[in-house]
Design a protein around this ligand. Structure first.
Ligand SMILES: [Zn+2]
Length: 368
């Protein structure tokens, strides 16, 4: 896939009182945006890979009130020769992760205090046109990204819907994710046995395509990351984890894919044991949150647009479940489905409605 960026983006920063601070050229990680378009194409068309001639382009969508050069969203348009075209839009919150770096020079100059809130808006300006290539001088190297075809199985979405029950709020733009009841039981067992440490596993399974064309996921197993490094507040995967999971997948021989991961927040163990139960119940640590470390793990290890993260939060009131995945280039909370193989369903499972994402204030809110 060739990518094109005919515009450069600039972040304008303002103090909370509206005073302008200045402009910073945006250095964005565009990969989640490209990946959003790639996966939109796999969902839209009966294909398993993005062909070599595909061209993706970023286009500013002008702000409805302010007009050009201010940006209300960024469109990612992907053209697949002989197949068709898809486009999706990433919101300006996409730039939030860059805002910290953008504010650093203003903090350095004393114009902003460290940790002070500020506002930003994004503007886009056309890049100068590329000089026409001299046909006599061919480029010495042409780099073409070759994408691996996604193994997709045929299955009936209706059949999965009938054997499952929904957990959490469902967003129609997300692909359905079915997690087997057995996987949920295993994660809960591991969560209870974790003894106040974070624990994590890799989620594996299949990508299915319904005869109607829609893609959906089936999480068939969780492979415990025995070699993942678990401390009280952090989990990290290392090369041993990859080896162990690849080996386990080969032994299972079912051609399962890496669909994501789950991890535990042992919140009961994080909260101050001296606090009264009613205080502990109000502790922000007892709520679900996907920390900035969690976002980093997801971005680095599970960058595919369909890959999910299940979070179990062990609270005084019991285990709570929340799922996160990519939507329009951002990590968001989403619903999922529990699948029972024998038809009988009893997911006594508590979804957490509103987790915070990428914001670590909660972690600092209550310290021992
Ligand atoms: Zn975490």
């Amino acid at each position: 896939m060739t990518t094109r960026q005919p515009h450069r983006y600039v972040m304008e920063l303002f103090k909370r009182n509206g005073a302008a601070l200045g402009q910073v050229p945006v250095v964005a990680d565009w990969e989640p945006a490209w990946e959003t378009a790639r996966f939109a194409a796999l969902r839209r068309f009966p294909i398993a890979t993005i062909g070599p001639g595909a061209v993706a382009e970023l286009r500013p969508v002008w702000h409805t009130d302010l007009g050009a050069p201010f940006v209300g969203a960024v469109e990612v348009a992907l053209q697949l020769p002989g197949v068709g075209e898809v486009s999706c839009q990433v919101p300006t919150t996409y730039f939030k992760s860059f805002a910290g770096a953008a504010s650093a020079p203003f903090v350095g100059k004393g114009l902003l205090k460290s940790g002070e809130y500020f506002n930003y808006r994004i503007a886009a300006f056309a890049n100068p046109p590329e000089p026409p290539m001299n046909p006599q001088r061919k480029p010495r190297f042409q780099i073409e990204e070759v994408s691996e075809p996604l193994p997709i199985r045929a299955a009936s979405l209706n059949d999965f819907n009938k054997r499952s029950s929904a957990v959490g709020e469902q967003n129609e733009s997300d692909i359905r994710v079915f997690v087997s009841k057995q996987v949920v039981a295993e994660t809960e067992q591991l969560a209870r046995a974790a003894g106040g440490l974070e624990t994590a596993s890799i989620l594996v399974g299949h990508v299915h395509r319904d005869p109607g064309g829609e893609l959906f996921l089936e999480v068939t197993a969780q492979i415990h990351a025995r070699y993942a490094e678990a401390t009280a507040t952090k989990v990290s995967f290392g090369p041993e984890t990859w080896d162990a999971v690849s080996h386990a997948l080969a032994l299972r021989g079912k051609n399962e894919q890496w669909l994501g991961w789950w991890h535990l927040h042992p919140s009961s163990a994080w909260c101050n044991p001296k606090c009264a139960p009613e205080e502990r119940a109000k502790c922000p640590l007892q709520r679900s949150f996907f920390s900035s470390d969690d976002c980093d793990v997801h971005r680095t290890v599970f960058p595919k647009a369909f890959q999910v993260a299940l979070l179990i939060t062990s609270t005084d009131a019991g285990l709570r479940h929340a799922m996160f995945s990519w939507r329009n280039g951002l990590i968001v909370q989403r619903g999922f489905h529990i699948l029972a193989t024998n038809g009988e369903l009893n997911p006594a499972l508590v979804p957490d409605a509103t987790a915070t994402i990428g914001d670590d204030q909660d972690e600092k809110a209550c310290s021992r």
